[in-house]
Design a protein around this ligand. Structure first.
Ligand SMILES: [Zn+2]
Length: 177
């Protein structure tokens, strides 16, 4: 696979070089994110720029994104969702440097790195935060709301004939909300 992305990086070194990393990492590298998703994870797309600012701070800015299969908590059917994480990060080599830089980096995350780190580890936390607590289809496309809106029969028989458990599923999905 020609992803061109290294498994491990040294963010401090990359910032000093002014490097930019664009490419994909295999979904298998994201074990925690895979646990959140219903299907094997697609490759995660990265676009990360590393710079050393005029203030001497080593920074990373960019995005990571992946399409992830989640389970809709209303109808309990799969749904595809695009997860995107945006990065504004400052890297410090030593905790002491961090103290000095704190005042200038209020809006940025700061990470202390002593050496090379796994690139997937660097972005996985933020992607996990992008996973919704209660993933749900749009109301217009969710099959649970279709049942409720169109198929709920006045006499209560047509649903039973199709699938006697459909009513239970709809009720369960409502309870979960
Ligand atoms: Zn749904």
């Amino acid at each position: 696979m020609k992803t061109g992305l290294p498994v491990e990086i040294d963010p401090i070194q990359l910032a000093d070089q002014g490097a930019r990393l664009i490419g994909e990492l295999p979904g298998a590298a994201f074990s925690r994110l895979r646990q959140e998703c219903a299907a094997p994870l697609d490759p995660v797309r990265l676009d990360l720029a590393f710079v050393r600012g005029a203030d001497g701070l080593r920074k990373m800015a960019g995005t990571a994104s992946v399409e992830c299969e989640l389970i809709c908590q209303r109808c309990l059917e799969p749904m595809i969702m695009r997860l995107e994480a945006v990065f504004q990060t400052v890297f410090y080599r030593m905790p002491e440097d961090h103290q000095q830089g704190e005042a200038t980096s209020d809006e940025m995350d700061s990470i202390i790195v002593e050496g090379p780190v796994r690139l997937s580890g660097l972005v996985e936390d933020e992607l996990l935060l992008a996973v919704p607590m209660m993933p749900m289809h749009d109301k217009k496309t969710c099959s649970a709301t279709r049942y409720l809106a169109e198929d709920a029969p006045a006499n209560g028989t047509s649903l039973d004939r199709q699938n006697p458990f459909a009513v239970l599923d709809v009720l369960k999905a409502k309870d979960d909300q």
